[in-house]
Design a protein around this ligand. Structure first.
Ligand code: AMP
Ligand code: ZN
Length: 113
């Protein structure tokens, strides 16, 4: 837990968010600036700055499982959705607590910008 990290503060409920799923390893909440009708962020409960810093399969697997779970529960699993992990500068990462974007509810274009 880093008291300077926005997503750690969301996990500890110091900062309000619209939570959609939670288990021992991860939390999922709605993105505050949604880029699609369905846009949820899935984060590990332990502070990990980026995908570069993941060193255990438990965390990686838990994130993937919860991403699929929220897509299913959000009703976008069958129509389709996209999972995105932005990493560092060129990847467009702005919050340095690892998070998986889960986007759906519209046809998403490819390639990304
Ligand atoms: P990234 O640019 O990949 O690091 O994504 C960070 C995401 O966090 C962006 O999509 C923001 O809209 C989102 N975000 C920032 N602050 C909050 C917040 N307080 N609650 C929910 N989502 C947030
Ligand atoms: Zn954090």
């Amino acid at each position: 837990m880093s008291k300077h990290c926005l997503f750690c503060r969301i996990i500890s409920r110091e900062v309000a968010s619209d939570i959609v799923a939670e288990n021992d390893d991860c939390l999922a909440f709605k993105d505050a600036d949604p880029q699609a009708p369905f846009h949820v962020l899935v984060v590990p409960k332990k502070h990990i700055s980026s995908l570069n810093d993941v060193d255990d399969a438990q965390t990686a697997g838990a994130l993937a499982l919860m991403a699929a779970q929220v897509a299913r529960e959000g009703g976008v699993a069958d129509s389709g959705y996209r999972t995105v992990i932005n990493t560092n500068g060129n990847g467009g990462q702005s919050v340095f607590h690892l998070h998986v974007h889960v986007l759906g509810g519209r046809k998403l274009t490819w390639p990304p910008g």
